[in-house]
Design a protein. Structure first.
Length: 160
């Protein structure tokens, strides 16, 4: 999990359904707080402090927090008192994409002998690099208006 990844998942969630500014502000605030604490989760943060820092009411923070939980962006445990504040965990959002992506992956992965593997890699890379170079040269020559003519030394021997 990293800062950019978490913010991107929040924006993906906002694209699915609109998000009020209070939810965006709370999520950004929590990501920043987690970053300050070197990504150690869960981390404690009082609702009063959040509402003071964001300059919104306590009820707005509570409502935004509940919506972020429904969106599966965070999880939290309600604090017991001022001395035991709420704890937050930023969740990694997958949308069950792993299930859809792994269903069709049934390819047989058998081991190739080291000798065969080395020959295969060398042969493929040599063919690829030659083809790539030829395609690149042909493209450059076409752009320059140069027509390439392949000739051998025997073609010119009679003319001199």
């Amino acid at each position: 999990m990293n800062y950019i990844g978490l913010m991107n998942q929040m924006w993906r969630s906002a694209m699915k359904s609109p998000m009020p500014a209070s939810e965006i502000a709370l999520f950004a605030y929590l990501v920043n707080e987690c970053n300050k604490r070197f990504w150690q989760m869960p981390f404690a943060c009082s609702t009063t402090r959040i509402s003071d820092d964001l300059r919104v009411s306590r009820q707005t923070v509570i409502t935004a927090r509940e919506h972020l939980v429904k969106r599966r962006l965070i999880s939290f445990t309600e604090g017991k008192s001022r001395h035991l504040p709420s704890t937050y965990t930023l969740t990694n959002w997958t949308d069950d994409l792993t299930v859809e992506l792994t269903d069709g992956l049934t390819h047989d992965l058998t081991h190739i002998k080291d000798k065969d593997k080395d020959d295969l890699i060398k042969g493929d890379s040599a063919n690829f690099s030659n083809k790539e170079r030829n395609n690149e040269n042909n493209t450059q020559n076409r752009r320059r208006g140069i027509k390439e003519i392949n000739a051998t030394a025997s073609s010119y021997e009679g003319s001199f």
